[in-house]
Design a protein around this ligand. Structure first.
Ligand SMILES: Nc1ncnc2c1ncn2[C@@H]1O[C@H](COP(=O)(O)OP(=O)(O)OP(=O)(O)O)[C@@H](O)[C@H]1O
Length: 370
């Protein structure tokens, strides 16, 4: 368990944030400049707050009241940044083992072979970093961080410098390392799909403050009303369980209290998954939806209608059976025609084609590594 509470001021920016993070992946999520990287640097010991206390399990890493701080190299924290900083003159193998020098012999819990296996980098060991793709370099950087047997792994937008195909290539590896090595991970991202796929817990930051914490569904629902403005940026996250795979059609059916959700791809049976859905991909129906191509029809009740008096669109929040919240961007004309108002029973329709497979677990990488 990580306990973090720090206050720090800089010209034009103040951080005053507290949160706890358990096992698995905790995502730090928020707009640019909200302080995510600052929190990472504080955890790593690369920055000192005016006031703060950080503990990792029983170890006090920082306690300004007691004038205690553990220097970065003694924190046993692994770091992975946006750009993999590999040593160019060393082979992949030498880069991987480099980090182990900093770990006392008795504490080297993580062995070489399983890391190479989980990250799928066995065929790259003799290569030099310059000959690797961006995705491969990032996997090596993750491997190097893991091989130092860290007590905590910090990943600051590890996929941000990669294109969509490479991101899809690496996500399954990060998922595997999350499941294979019991190391808590704090993961910075502003990609909703990445967060829903990897994180069990989300800490949402805005202007240096924690504005919401909880599961991805809870946090995205709490953050929705604040996002305002850009209808393409509005997303809801629904949590559902994999109930049936239809290999002949290449789709999976998820069980949600409000109805069945159809998603592309074949997901592991029984898994609980978070599905991120854009507000622009949700249609609303007041009555029975009839013969539609859209098979995902979820039952709920309108809880909020927000419309800019002069703009073309309204943002409609529907609380679904079971409590998840979904947001639809519809025209103001449609909102008026359907007489949308809080309390009105409503069906939310989501096209399977609008769901991004890369945000779902078990997604097959598009480009095979190699
Ligand atoms: N070394 C520094 N000196 C002064 N101000 C800084 C420094 N580093 C960051 N800042 C400021 O602190 C604030 C928070 O920055 P931080 O990098 O933590 O944000 P972030 O949420 O990680 O953003 P992004 O998603 O863009 O990386 C910003 O206003 C930034 O300009």
């Amino acid at each position: 368990m990580i306990r973090f509470a720090c206050r720090l001021t800089r010209p034009g920016f103040a951080l005053d944030a507290a949160f706890t993070a358990g096992p698995g992946v905790t995502a730090l999520f928020g707009p640019s400049g909200s302080g995510k990287s600052t929190v990472i640097r504080l955890l790593a010991g690369l920055e000192r707050p005016e006031e703060g206390r950080i503990t990792l399990g029983d170890t006090v890493l920082l306690d300004t009241a007691r004038r205690r701080t553990v220097p970065p190299h003694r924190r046993r924290i692994g770091l992975v940044f946006q750009d993999a900083l590999l040593l160019p003159h060393l082979s992949v193998k030498a880069n991987l083992t480099y980090g182990r020098w900093f770990t006392p012999r008795g504490e080297r819990r993580i062995a070489f072979d399983p890391v190479v296996e989980v990250l799928g980098i066995g065929h790259l060991l003799d290569r030099r970093p310059a000959t690797l793709s961006g995705g491969e370099r990032q996997r090596v950087a993750i491997g190097r961080a893991l091989l130092a047997s860290p007590r905590l792994l910090l990943m600051d937008e590890p996929l941000a410098s990669l294109d969509q195909a490479r991101r899809q290539e690496i996500l399954p590896f990060i998922e595997r390392l999350r499941d294979a090595f019991a190391i808590p991970v704090v993961y910075v991202s502003h990609a909703v799909e990445e967060v829903t796929r990897l994180a069990s817990h989300v800490v949402r930051l805005e202007a240096g403050r924690v504005v919401a914490t909880g599961t991805p569904s809870e946090v995205f629902a709490a953050g929705l009303d604040r996002s305002g403005g850009d209808r393409f940026a509005l997303r809801s996250v629904l949590t559902a369980r994999v109930k049936q795979r239809l290999p002949d059609y290449g789709i999976t059916l998820l069980d949600h209290p409000a109805g069945e959700i159809v998603v592309p791809g074949l997901l592991p049976l029984g898994d609980e998954v978070g599905v991120a859905i854009r507000a622009t991909d949700v249609a609303l129906a007041r009555g029975p939806a009839g013969d539609l191509s859209t098979r995902t029809v979820l039952d709920g009740t309108v809880t909020r209608v927000e419309a800019d008096a002069s703009g073309p669109f309204a943002t409609v929040t529907v609380t679904l059976t079971g409590g998840d919240v979904i947001v639809a961007a519809v025209t103001r004309l449609a909102a008026a025609a359907l007489d949308l108002a809080p309390g009105v029973p409503m069906k939310a329709l989501v096209k399977a084609g609008a769901i991004d497979e890369s945000g779902l677990p078990g997604a097959v990488p598009k480009a095979q590594p190699g």
